[in-house]
Design a protein around this ligand. Structure first.
Ligand code: PAF
Length: 286
C-alpha cells in the first residue's frame, strides 16, 4: 500500500487485482509510466478514469529501452512520492513490478515495429523502440485492460504502440492524450528536471519553433526550407546537436515534401546534456 493505494509487483498478482476491479462489470484502464510523475501523467490518469472508471498505473523503469550512455542509472525514482500523487488523483492500483518479474532468466522475445521505429528518434536511440514495444506489449497482455492511455508528447512511441496493438490483435484500445505544457509552452517531461535554470529559460524555444514551422507549412509550401529555418532557429538558441526537425504524415510518420494531409511536426534536440523532444499537429489549410 502507498497512501492507501494498493501495490502489486508481479503479473499474477496484477491479474487477480484487475479481476477484483472488474467486479460488478467495471471497465479498467491502464496508464503505463516509468514514474517521476508530473501533471502530464495525472492528466492521463484523469482521462483514463473518465473513460473507464477504474485505473491501473504501471511504474517500471524499463532497462531495455535505455541505450548505453543514456540516463537509466540517473533516471529519477521515488515510488513513495509517485504513489502518493496517484492516490490523490484517485488511481485504483499501482503495478510496480520488479525487473525479475518482467524479465525472467532466459527472456528472449522482442517486439519490433518495422518502419515506424526506423526514422525520427530511431537512429539516435538504437534499440529504444524495440525496448518500448516489448515492454508495452507485456504490460498490455499482463493487464488486459479495456483501454491504455499514452501522452502525445512521445508521438512516435504512440504511433508504434497503436500499430503493434493492431498487428498483434491486442484488444485494448490505445488512447492518445494531448501534451500538457507549462505556461511558456515547454512540454512537461520527467527529463525537464535535468535542465539548469538557464537551459530551462531557453527550452520553450523548441515549442515556439515547432508552432512557427507548423504555421509555415500548413498552407502547402515546401517543407524543406521551413525545416531548415526551424533548425537554424534552434541552433541560434543554443540547441546542439539537433537530432532532427521533421514534417511527417500523422499516421505513418513518413516525411512529407508538402502538407497535403494530416501531418505532425516533430523535433528532437539537446540542451546541454538533456535531450528534449516535442511535436505538434499540422492540418492542411486548403
Ligand atoms: O512513455 C513512457 O514512460 C515509457 O516509454 C513507457 C510507455 C511507460 C514504456 O516503458
Amino acid at each position: 500500500m502507498t497512501d492507501g493505494l494498493p501495490v502489486v509487483r508481479d503479473p499474477a498478482a496484477l491479474r487477480s487485482a484487475v479481476a477484483r476491479l472488474r467486479a460488478g462489470g467495471a471497465r479498467v484502464a491502464l496508464v503505463p509510466t516509468m514514474g517521476a510523475l508530473h501533471d502530464g501523467h495525472i492528466v492521463l490518469v484523469r482521462a483514463a478514469q473518465a473513460s473507464c472508471g477504474r485505473v491501473v498505473v504501471s511504474l517500471f523503469v524499463n532497462p531495455t529501452q535505455f541505450g548505453p550512455g543514456e540516463d537509466f542509472a540517473r533516471y529519477p525514482r521515488d515510488e513513495a512520492r509517485d504513489g502518493a500523487l496517484l492516490a490523490a488523483a484517485g488511481a485504483d492500483l499501482l503495478y510496480a513490478p520488479t525487473a525479475a518479474a518482467m524479465y525472467a532468466d532466459g527472456f528472449a522475445t522482442t517486439v519490433s515495429v518495422g518502419r515506424l521505429a526506423a526514422g525520427l528518434c530511431g537512429p539516435f536511440r538504437p534499440g529504444h523502440f524495440q525496448g518500448v514495444a516489448t515492454v508495452v506489449t507485456k504490460l498490455l497482455v499482463q493487464c488486459a485492460a479495456d483501454a491504455a492511455f499514452f501522452g502525445e508528447k512521445d508521438y512516435q512511441q504512440l504511433a508504434l504502440i497503436r500499430r503493434l496493438a493492431r498487428d498483434l490483435d491486442i484488444p485494448t484500445a490505445i488512447e492518445g492524450v494531448a501534451t500538457v505544457r507549462d505556461a511558456d509552452g515547454l512540454a512537461l517531461s520527467s527529463r525537464n528536471a535535468y535542465l539548469s535554470p538557464e537551459e530551462r529559460r531557453v527550452a520553450p524555444v523548441l515549442h515556439r519553433t515547432l508552432a512557427a514551422l507548423a504555421e509555415a507549412v500548413a498552407g502547402g509550401a515546401d517543407t524543406a526550407p521551413a525545416i531548415a529555418a526551424a533548425t537554424d532557429r534552434l541552433a541560434a538558441a543554443g540547441f546542439a546537436p539537433i537530432d532532427y526537425v521533421a514534417v511527417c504524415d500523422a499516421e505513418t510518420l513518413e516525411p512529407l515534401a508538402r502538407v497535403d494531409r494530416p501531418a505532425r511536426v516533430l523535433a528532437a534536440a539537446r540542451l546541454g546534456t538533456t535531450r528534449l523532444i516535442d511535436n505538434l499537429a499540422c492540418l492542411p489549410r486548403r
